[in-house]
Ligand binder design. Sequence first.
Ligand SMILES: [Zn+2]
Length: 130
Amino acid sequence: MPEPGWTLCAPCPHCFFHAWQRIDGGGLCWEAEWECDQCEFGGPRDACNTDGGWGPAPHGVRAAVVAAEGTVLLRVEGSGGAALTVFRDALGMTIPQVLAAVRDGYRATPVEARYLTQRLRAAGFGARTQ
Ligand SMILES: [Zn+2]
C-alpha cells in the first residue's frame, strides 16, 4: 500500500475518467482528467492526472467523449477534394475513411461536428447533422 503522501501517478479502481473536446482559437482540442474521491490521484499537488492536446482525440479519450456526449451523424452536401481535405486535416483520417465519411456521413462527437461544420462552410460546402 502506498504511504500517506505518496503520489501515485496512476488511477485507482474508483477513479473516473472524464474527457471532453472543445474548439479553442479556431482549433480542435481535447482534454482529459481522472477524478476520484478515494485516492490522491488528481489531487491539487498532482498534475499527472490531466492530459490534453490539439487535433483529433486519442482513441481512449474519444471513446470517453462518445460515452458521455454521444455522436451525431454529420452529412456533407456536395462533394469535392476540399471537403476531403477538411476531414483529413481536422481528424487525421485516411483517404478511405474520408471518402466513406463524405459519402455516407460521419459519426462525429458534437464538438467535432461543430468544428467540421465550420471548416466545411469555410470551404464552401454545406453540412448538416442528424
Ligand atoms: Zn482513485
